[in-house]
Write a protein that binds this ligand. Structure first.
Ligand SMILES: [Zn+2]
Length: 195
């Protein structure tokens, strides 16, 4: 049997301890097309502090597909974690927008009582990660989960106010289900907290 437990992505959240950890370098490469689009698909931050990371999945099978949305000025995110059909898988993550800018990955009206005391306009307090996955049952790879945990560790070391790691579905439960029922949230949490 190859049973994958069904999870409810609207429940995906874990909080980070407040102790500081040593700097954790990130194996990232700037995605030129995304970076070039970032000035027109991100905003100056209204809040100085990064308080949460939002986990997304693309619903497509390529980084370029996700980056096209940025190039069209419709949405944006800070990192893309390549999928198993891409050459960069098991090599590095793509940096797609400057962390100093607010990316457009959560609707401004979205909020949750367990996150930033119910604040809205969460893009201004967050970093967004897009993980390349079709969300049609193809498993997320071990490398993708490790790479995502490493982004969380990097950000935790860099941003002392970072507290929450949440799914897009938790913040926008009516419209969004990503990163999806097949995402191994417990696995991500354990890796992010153990390193
Ligand atoms: Zn999303």
């Amino acid at each position: 049997m190859n049973a994958i437990p069904m999870n409810d992505p609207r429940q995906f959240q874990f909080d980070l301890p407040s102790n500081s950890i040593p700097p954790a370098p990130l194996n990232e490469v700037i995605h030129r097309r995304a970076w070039a689009a970032a000035p027109l698909s991100t905003s100056p931050r209204e809040n100085p502090d990064i308080e949460l990371i939002v986990i997304h999945a693309t619903a497509g099978s390529t980084t370029d597909g996700a980056v096209s949305v940025m190039a069209e000025g419709r949405a944006s995110f800070h990192w893309a974690v390549p999928g198993p059909s891409e050459a960069e898988h098991e090599a590095f993550v793509w940096a797609c927008a400057p962390e100093t800018r607010a990316a457009w990955h959560v609707r401004n009206s979205c909020c949750h009582s367990a996150i930033c005391a119910g604040a809205r306009r969460l893009n201004h307090r967050s970093l967004g990660i897009e993980i390349v996955n079709t969300q049609r049952g193809a498993p997320f790879t071990e490398w993708q989960i490790t790479a995502t945990a490493e982004i969380i560790r990097y950000a935790r070391a860099k941003y002392p106010h970072l507290r929450h790691v949440v799914s897009h579905a938790r913040l926008d439960p009516v419209r969004r289900t990503d990163p999806g029922h097949y995402f191994p949230w417990t696995n991500l949490m354990e890796r992010a907290l153990s390193i």
